[in-house]
Write a protein of this length. Structure first.
Lengths: 54, 385
């Protein structure tokens, strides 16, 4: 399950995390990134990511 | 203008223009040109395939993989498969002697005797970035002919197949080649006319997809030798299925895709150059225990630092981190904060943040370093196509 995340100094989510078995992917919001494209497709299918931690 | 050739009085000679030597030949058959030499085809960087000699293997370091669909073997070469556990992939699998002039190859070994069904595909592929094929002018009336060449060896003989496709997979060119002798390296050359229509990227997205079929069902197989519209094809009808024979092998190296209708000798690039070309798409930041990056505690629980990537990547990269109990550590003022994971958040094609925000208890503002503490620790940046 994708989870929104605020990396670095960011106060707003600037990436999504995806844990696959023992691998943590950190996917930036870059339209040319193919992992981000897969995330957008997942959203289009009606899914919702977990919110970022407070 | 007059042209002439000097009368040979010895084993030297000249070609003359208006009485002056344009090309001079010495006794050792060396030629000297009076002006510049301007070949119509690049003499360097002819090959649009990266890591065609299968030298770089950042992800697996020579280990065998039972690939998931879309998992990379050697750098830039990805395995696509519709069924699990039908093949393995490994740099130099089987430890045979590569063709002369090569030190490495990509080896595929069939894990079973599997009969492909219509929708199946088992493929070795490389996707070429649009920037690296823009000069081919594909999708226009001026599309250039290309030639694909490679060395291949298989325990099977017969007709094998592959294809080129655009990213939308609505322009495909299936091709065939023949392996006549089992377990013998064979050099293959396939000339393909440029595609004059369809959409072909000329920027940082996928331009050409090159596919070698290892077993492809009828849905994704088509007639070889011409461009096919509006159908995704990965191979040619009737091609040999490697996954159909348990233990069958398919080894490949020296993959070159170049402009023109002739296969020139494989372009051997310097190791550092080839590695840098690979690092545009994938870069290992840390593997095993050791230093990762400088960082600082931004709060009492949140530390991060910026890592500068050595090569401008294709996009802001995805961070990929192997996680496990106490696999990483934030070390500041001799205080060890062990953490199970770090995040690697690509900020641009040039840098990535390494940080942790869940398991650190330190002093705000304190500088430190992130280190990897386990042999299995692994941090990488990926901007693959």
């Amino acid at each position: 399950m994708y989870k929104l995340f605020c990396g670095g100094f960011s106060k707003e989510p600037d990436c999504v995390l995806l844990q696959k078995d023992n691998i943590l992917l950190t996917i930036p919001f870059d339209p040319a990134n193919t992992d981000y494209q897969a995330y957008l497709k997942w959203l289009e299918e009606g899914n919702t990511p977990l919110p970022a931690d407070e | 203008m007059t042209m002439g050739i000097t009368s040979p009085t010895s084993n030297t000679g000249q070609i003359l223009k208006n009485g002056s030597a344009v090309i001079s030949f010495d006794a050792n058959n060396n030629a000297t040109f009076a002006g510049n030499v301007a070949p119509t085809v690049n003499s360097t960087f002819r090959n649009r395939i990266i890591n065609g000699a299968m030298v770089i293997d950042q992800r697996n370091a020579g280990a065998s993989i039972n690939p998931t669909d879309g998992q990379f073997s050697v750098d830039r070469f990805v395995i696509f498969r519709s069924q699990a556990s039908k093949l393995t992939a490994q740099q130099n699998a089987g430890s045979v002697t590569p063709p002369a002039g090569f030190s490495n190859y990509l080896g595929i070994t069939s894990s079973s005797s599997y009969s492909v069904v219509a929708g199946d595909y088992f493929l070795v592929s490389q996707r070429i970035e649009g920037y690296n094929m823009a000069d081919l002018a594909w999708g226009t009336a001026n599309a250039k002919t290309i030639t694909l060449s490679f060395w291949v060896r298989s325990s099977l003989t017969g007709t094998f197949g592959g294809s080129l496709q655009n990213a939308s997979q609505n322009r495909a060119y299936p091709f065939t080649y023949t392996i006549s002798s089992a377990n013998t390296w064979t050099q293959v050359s396939v000339t393909i006319p440029g595609c004059t229509d369809g959409t072909w990227s000329t920027t940082n997205s996928e331009g050409i997809g090159l596919y070698f079929g290892l077993g492809v069902g009828s849905t994704y197989s088509g007639t070889a030798g011409s461009w096919v519209l509006n159908t995704s094809l990965f191979s040619a009808t009737g091609a040999t299925s490697v996954v159909g024979t348990n233990g069958a092998t398919f080894y490949i190296t020296g993959v070159q895709l170049e402009v023109g209708s002739v296969a020139t000798p494989f372009e051997q690039r310097l190791y550092g150059t080839e590695l840098a070309l690979c690092q545009r798409y994938y870069y290992v930041i840390a593997s095993g225990s050791g230093y990762i990056s400088n960082a600082a505690a931004q709060t009492t629980t949140n530390a991060f630092g910026m890592y500068t990537l050595p090569v401008t990547m294709r996009t802001s990269p995805t961070g990929s981190v192997v996680t496990g109990t106490n696999y990483y550590r934030f070390l500041a003022n001799d205080i060890d904060d062990y953490v199970d994971s770090v995040y690697a958040n690509g900020q641009s094609p040039n840098n990535i943040i390494i940080g942790n925000s869940t398991q650190i208890s330190n002093t705000q503002g304190r500088p430190g370093v992130f280190t990897a503490t386990n042999a299995a620790s692994f941090v990488a940046a990926s901007a693959e196509l």
